[in-house]
Design a binder for this molecule. Sequence first.
Ligand code: TRP
Length: 336
Amino acid sequence: MDKKIILTGDRPTGQLHLGHYVGSLQNRVKLQHEYKQFIMIADVQALTDNAENPEKVRQNVLQVALDYLAVGIDPKISTIFIQSLIPEIAELTIFYLNLVTLARLQRNPTVKDEMKQKGFGSNIPAGFLVYPVSQAADITCFNANLVPVGKDQIPHIEQTAEIVRKFNNVYGHVLVEPQALVPKDENVARLPGTDGKAKMSKSLGNTIYLSDSKDTIYSKIMSMYTDPNHLKVQDPGNIEGNTVFTYLDVFDTNKEYVQELKEHYKRGGLGDVKVKKYLNEVLQNILEPIRIRRQEFEKNPDYVMQILKDSTQVARQEAQKTMQEVRRAMKINYFE
Ligand code: TRP
């Protein structure tokens, strides 16, 4: 039987961090054996709000590829490719735009949040507003069944499903309706930043990158947000909203020990520094092998770019097959 298909991706606007790791990368590493997996470096999407920073996007294509390889995405079984080299995606986007209203685009909650965060006001680039439609093309070009992503991407997968239903209704059943795969645990699906804010993001400066050095990780953990009222070691402390404990819940497999630490902290007599030092051990153990693998690949960027080049060709063939069916269904296959 044919394997089911996964498509996911990331914008190459910066290096990937712990939030990406628990929210989606881990799932991709696990699922690559059971599924046929396509992983896209979404440079076209990155350009929708970085049109004036082409160099930044270009450099981060390699950085994101390094992060993928470092966490254990295996290019022999997963197809890692570059979005802009698949013109079929752009073509499909144009057709999908006819099936979506402006009002629907303006209702997408993730786009709304991003608009606020980026301070676009009414000067929003049209390409940015419609990027969820382009994302629908990314996903459906590959007939993906499953899309492993962080929680903020759910509205895009919902919008994709709507477009698929509309398309199939109008033109006949051609497209596959995808499902998002998001970790069940709220903190895993959307890991808070080291400052306790809702989400890790580069612009908030609250991230731990997969490439961070041992010392950088240590100092980021030491300045993490805890219980602001826990001033003296002997005071009882609060674990709700205490980022150090949130991270222990997410990353430490020794749940019993975490429970003991929590009890002790709540009783009083357990200092923040002690808990942070323990979290440091836990995170260093996870990040060290990733960093070492990354450094190996960093020595050979040409090899990494060659992987992208070859895999992109493989991906393009899949997209071409889908486009042929789309054209037939839309009755624009004039000379076939
Ligand atoms: N929007 C995604 C992000 O910001 C990146 C992305 C682009 C994507 N195309 C995709 C994710 C297709 C999943 C499927 O992280």
